[in-house]
Design a protein around this ligand. Structure first.
Ligand code: MD3
Ligand code: FE
Length: 202
């Protein structure tokens, strides 16, 4: 389903058993690389979303700025590996010749939001971004290539996969809110979004 040029939604691509297995793998990633609360560059204002990463590079943000780095800023250890089932999913749907080198894990409690933004911290802005949603539904906002362009609102549900490629790669997007109690996947509620990215050009 093409939402706009380059933005493909695969609704319920992951069935419940696959979502449960992936959730177990995400829990292992979080055990090795605890969730962090990023801060806005400059002001240090905390994000409401907590984050961690897997793979050779991870996205971090603090007062000094946004960047990709090879280690967890708290533990100093390399990020854990990207789960093999996510690498297979990338091969299946991303239509890109090299694997992702970063997997950002976003955790939303019922109050978390993510303001409208573009993803442009990657050196390779031609490679697609692949997103997997787990847990409670998100009210997701998708805009155009300029901040003032019209936006549409849609739900991202547990098991949904979104691929942002080509002309979709630089679309503005954000998460307006989480719908508490909309999924039984996470026993305490909340939402996890995983994004696979190619940061370094091949
Ligand atoms: C990439 N995450 O981590 S993922 C982010 O649901 C982020 O956690 C959101 O935005 C989340 O940067 C959305 C899906 C997404 C949607 C549109 C995009 C990623 C995108 C458009 C261009 C690039
Ligand atoms: Fe984003």
């Amino acid at each position: 389903m093409e939402l706009r040029p380059g933005v493909h939604l695969f609704p319920a691509h992951l069935a419940r058993p696959a979502q449960e297995e992936l959730l177990g793998e995400v829990r292992a990633m979080v055990a090795a690389a605890p969730l962090l609360r990023p801060e806005m560059p400059g002001t240090g204002r905390p994000f409401s979303v907590r984050m961690t990463n897997g793979g050779p590079l991870g996205w971090v943000s603090d007062r000094k700025g946004y960047r990709y780095q090879p280690t967890h800023p708290g533990t100093g250890a390399p990020w854990p590996p990207i789960p093999a089932r996510l690498l297979r999913l990338w091969e299946e749907v991303a239509d890109w010749p090299v694997p992702p080198d970063a997997c950002l894990v976003n955790f939303y409690d019922e109050t978390a939001r993510l303001g409208l933004h573009q993803d442009r911290d990657e050196e390779d802005l031609l490679a697609p971004v692949l997103s997997v949603s787990l847990g409670d539904e998100a009210v997701f906002r998708l805009g155009g290539l300029e901040r003032g362009d019209p936006t549409r609102s849609l739900r991202l549900r547990s098991g949904d996969v979104l691929v942002l490629g080509g002309a979709g790669r630089l679309c503005f997007h954000g998460v307006d809110r989480i719908l508490p109690g909309s999924s039984t996947l996470l026993p305490k509620g909340g939402r996890i979004n995983l994004t696979l990215r190619r940061v370094r050009p091949h």
